[in-house]
Design a protein around this ligand. Structure first.
Ligand SMILES: NC(=O)c1ccc[n+]([C@@H]2O[C@H](COP(=O)([O-])OP(=O)(O)OC[C@H]3O[C@@H](n4cnc5c(N)ncnc54)[C@H](O)[C@@H]3O)[C@@H](O)[C@H]2O)c1
Length: 266
């Protein structure tokens, strides 16, 4: 199996894409470290992992808290022994419009958007890299978005905080890929289109119902890993552009396996 003997850490593992990633990695033989602030739902993900026969460590961890991340990864190393794959998947979609809400609500929402994706992803990667180096390699996969260039403001969603956070994660992908290549650690980003998760349902139920399913994103993620230790790094794979039938996104997720380059973001 692809991930036999490996440990996969996933942030935002309680629901949506994170849960699908957990179940897909367990089916490929991995043990799972599950980091989320939604403890009850995260335990359900852990149960789903254990149902496949793999180990699951559910950690109640706010990844925007550096000390909490440090403690969580210390527990992962203590109880599961290593980290081979990290998915920086946790995010929040908060209305950060400059023309709605109050100063307090909008400024807190903007800070939270950046803290979780940009800082939280950094903290988790910082904590995971020593084990990957000790193992002789690994994979970091950042979940960004199909709209990395134009953002979601075009749809009037007031999402400049989310878009800025995703832009940072895109930039981190390329920078970390260069920095970590000598250690055999690949760093890539996935930019899925609309996917049926609690996050998208909170914004638009029709978009969620017509979009991809979380397991399609998990297929794309496993195909990035299947590219192998010498596979592409620093790439962004955009797939399942919103508005297309689900089957198109699924085919694009499958095609990642044989792609030597991601999509260029001019
Ligand atoms: N759903 C889509 O259409 C879509 C499209 C493109 C990209 N993405 C990206 O995919 C990723 C997963 O999205 P989703 O739709 O499954 O989201 P979701 O909101 O359905 O799930 C996100 C999970 O992250 C957790 N989380 C939030 N803040 C956290 C924190 N501070 N610490 C730990 N966990 C935290 C939540 O509790 C939740 O379990 C995100 O990075 C998102 O930006 C989603």
């Amino acid at each position: 199996m692809l991930l036999s003997g490996q440990v996969v850490a996933i942030t935002g593992s309680a629901v949506g894409i994170g849960r699908a990633l957990a179940v897909a990695c367990a089916a490929e033989g991995a043990d799972l470290a599950l980091l989320d602030i939604d403890a009850p739902a995260n335990l359900e993900t852990a149960d789903a992992v254990r149902a496949t026969g793999r180990r699951a460590l559910a950690l109640d961890c706010d990844i925007a808290d550096a000390g909490g991340v440090r403690a969580a990864f210390a527990r992962i190393l203590d109880e599961l022994g290593r980290v081979d794959v990290l998915f920086n998947n946790a995010a929040v979609y908060i209305d950060t419009s400059l023309t709605r809400g109050t100063f307090a609500s909008q400024s807190e929402g903007y800070a939270r958007s950046i803290e979780i994706c940009a800082l939280g992803g950094y903290y988790c990667t910082l904590a995971a890299v020593p084990s990957m180096r000790a193992n002789g390699g690994g994979n970091v996969i950042n979940l960004i978005t199909e709209h990395i260039k134009e953002g979601h403001m075009m749809a009037g969603l007031g999402s400049s905080g989310y878009d800025a956070a995703k832009w940072v994660q895109w930039r981190q992908t390329e920078s970390w890929a260069v920095e970590l290549e000598p250690y055999g650690i690949r760093v890539n980003a996935l930019g899925p289109g609309a996917t049926d998760t609690p996050m998208l349902r909170a914004v638009s139920v029709p978009h969620a119902e017509n979009g991809m399913k979380p397991e399609d994103v998990a297929l794309a993620a496993l195909n990035v890993i299947r590219q192998g230790p010498k596979g592409p790094t620093g790439q962004t794979y955009i797939f399942g552009i919103s508005g297309q039938p689900r089957e198109v996104g699924r085919r694009e997720a499958e095609a990642i396996l044989t792609r030597s380059e991601g999509d260029r973001i001019p």
